[in-house]
Design a protein around this ligand. Structure first.
Ligand SMILES: Cc1cc2nc3c(=O)[nH]c(=O)nc-3n(C[C@H](O)[C@H](O)[C@H](O)COP(=O)(O)OP(=O)(O)OC[C@H]3O[C@@H](n4cnc5c(N)ncnc54)[C@H](O)[C@@H]3O)c2cc1C
Ligand code: FES
Length: 410
């Protein structure tokens, strides 16, 4: 073999390797570029591991009201760094850190709040939908909701928001054989719209029922899009329930039922057989519906729920007998209070709030870190390992209970 021939063979081998390398890279790129809509639900976020650490900047691409009364506003958010968004599990939420300007030019106040993604996973943007929170009707002297007023009144298209990665344990299962029943009260529709969108795209044959409880048509969010989905997908059954229909609201056109979403309605509407229930609504709805479902004979493992506040702590399974009976002393140093934990509360956060001790909170489910507090002495235990990485010597009040007598910084 001549030197020229040898050189030819070496070049040919190198070119062959290069071609294989390019082919493999292209194949991998196609895989990573696959829309999360077409990814199996187990891919990416798993409810335990955050898709990015800390806060990431997002720009508000668009904002629009989704109800006739303009109390629910959607914000479409794109990452400033332009890197495609990792997949998340439909039903999960984002945690926001807001810098809220204070009156009289005081230093901005940092506020943490969680908002569910209100759209099926997509690689370019998230959508959240925020309801304006007013002062409680019986306490008009109190200020309206801080973060929701900030978003409604100040945050405009082009503005930046700082966001933690999707998180949370309220997400749709992947078992297309079991019909899913989505039950929403008011703004609790947001994670369910995300789950619905994911199911319709990924599990087109799955039987889906949405029961959406509202007072009247003025607060009916996503009305036309939900009606369009029900018209396009025969396996999706839409049941809108108005408790106080207005004069312009027509039964059979705007809503399918009058009254409340309760077990009587579910029994009358749902066919026999196993269903997976996903519930998100205001505290009274959760507090009545979940025990009623259990009393109806629905196994607790088929009931998934989230509330946008303390009712997320409505226990489907009773707290452990040990937690219910153990009595220990808990000292809150900053507040100057020493109290006796008697197992009545689901968490140290509930316990603190019940005794009038102010504590920061956001998700109330161990994901956002806003309730993190230093432990001076003692131990805190968690029924389930929290999503948020807890630093040594610190604890999460919202999902922690005392493992022994405690001295906390709060
Ligand atoms: C997992 C999760 C997902 C969520 N998803 C959504 C969502 O998709 N859409 C959505 O709109 N919300 C959602 N929320 C709720 C959201 O995080 C906020 O709790 C909500 O927007 C209210 O926040 P705020 O700052 O506006 O109100 P806050 O400032 O927290 O005020 C809440 C209420 O307390 C009253 N108040 C003020 N001061 C006092 C006082 N001293 N004593 C008693 N009451 C007082 C206020 O008047 C108001 O009525 C979610 C919450 C969680 C935990
Ligand atoms: S309130 Fe979010 S981790 Fe506790």
């Amino acid at each position: 073999m001549t030197a020229l021939q040898l050189l030819f063979y070496i070049c040919a081998a190198l070119l062959f390797q290069l071609a294989i390398g390019i082919g493999l890279a292209a194949w991998r790129w196609r895989g990573s570029g696959t829309s999360p809509m077409t990814m199996p639900i187990e891919a990416g976020a798993n409810g335990q591991k955050l898709a990015w650490p800390g806060l990431r900047d997002f720009r508000v691409l668009r904002r629009q009201f989704d109800d006739a009364l303009r109390t629910q506003c959607s914000f479409h958010l794109a990452p400033v760094d332009g890197v495609p968004l990792p997949p998340f599990l439909a039903g999960q939420f984002l945690t926001f850190a807001f810098d809220i300007p204070q009156p009289a030019g005081g230093a901005n106040r940092l506020i943490t709040r969680c908002y569910s993604v209100s759209d099926a996973p997509r690689p370019d943007a998230y959508r959240i939908t925020v309801k304006r929170v007013l002062s409680p009707p019986n306490r008009p002297e109190l200020p309206p909701g801080i973060a929701s007023s900030h978003l409604h009144d100040r945050v405009q298209e082009g503005d930046l928001l700082r966001v933690r990665a999707p998180s949370g344990r309220f997400f749709i299962d992947a078992d297309a054989e079991v019909p899913a029943v989505f039950i929403a009260g008011g703004i609790g529709i947001t994670p369910l719209v995300s789950m619905l969108g994911w199911c319709l795209a990924q599990q087109p044959g799955r039987v889906l029922h949405l029961f959406y409880g509202l007072r009247h048509g003025g607060e009916h969010a996503f009305k036309s899009s939900l009606e369009a989905l029900a018209a396009q997908h025969p396996a999706f059954h839409l049941n809108v329930v108005y408790s106080q229909p207005g004069q312009a609201d027509v039964l059979g056109r705007d809503h399918q039922h009058a009254g409340y979403v309760d077990v009587a309605l579910l029994r009358q509407t749902l066919p026999h057989g196993r269903h997976a229930f996903y519930i998100c609504g205001p505290p009274p709805m959760m507090a009545s519906l979940i025990p009623a479902l259990i009393a109806w004979g629905i196994p607790p493992q088929d009931i998934h729920h989230e509330a946008f506040g303390p009712a997320s702590l409505v226990p489907v399974q009773a707290a452990s007998a040990e937690a219910a009976t153990t009595t220990v002393e808990v000292q809150f140093r900053r507040s100057g209070r020493t109290l006796i934990w008697d197992g009545q509360d689901a968490s140290l956060l509930d316990f603190a709030e019940r005794h009038g001790i102010a504590a920061e909170s956001g998700c109330r489910s161990g994901s956002c870190g806003s309730c993190e507090t230093g432990i001076r002495s003692g131990t805190v235990r968690y029924a389930v390992k929290p999503d948020h990485e807890v630093a040594a010597g610190r604890c999460l009040l919202c999902v922690g209970t005392p493992g022994s007598a405690l001295v906390l910084d709060a």
